[in-house]
Design a protein around this ligand. Structure first.
Ligand code: FES
Length: 128
């Protein structure tokens, strides 16, 4: 059912874990299946310096999170925001049609984490 790239990222996922005192945290759930993806960001000078994820979900969701963290690490916030679930599916070399929704979690989770970062940094500016 899954191609080699998907299997490789599922069995050997990159950037798994948490970042303590992360600059941004995003958590999203899939309405289709209830799976959950959580992303932690370390951001310096508008660049994603570090990213970790925790995904309680299927193989596609784990592979999507893994490859997405590799795609946005070292990128600017704007570049990360332009990432779509299509880019994730393409990078994985394709997902079976019923599993495409799993890649949507990756797009939504990175956006939610960046939104959280922006909210937090605005708060710092206002109070400082
Ligand atoms: Fe739900 Fe894959 S089946 S994220």
């Amino acid at each position: 059912m899954y191609n080699e790239t998907v299997m490789e990222h599922f069995t050997n996922p990159r950037n798994v874990g948490e970042i303590e005192d992360a600059d941004g945290v995003g958590e999203v759930g899939s309405p289709q299946c209830g799976d959950i993806m959580k992303i932690f960001l370390r951001i310096e000078d508008n660049i994603i310096k570090d990213i970790k994820f925790k995904t309680f979900g299927c193989a596609s969701a784990i592979a999507s999170s893994s490859i997405m963290t590799e795609m946005v690490k070292g990128k600017t916030i704007e570049e990360a925001l332009s990432l779509t679930n299509r880019d994730v599916v393409d990078a994985l070399g394709g997902l079976p049609a019923p599993k495409v929704h799993c890649s949507v979690l990756a797009e939504e989770a990175i956006r939610a984490a960046i939104e959280d970062y922006r909210k937090k940094s605005e708060g710092t500016r206002n109070s400082g």
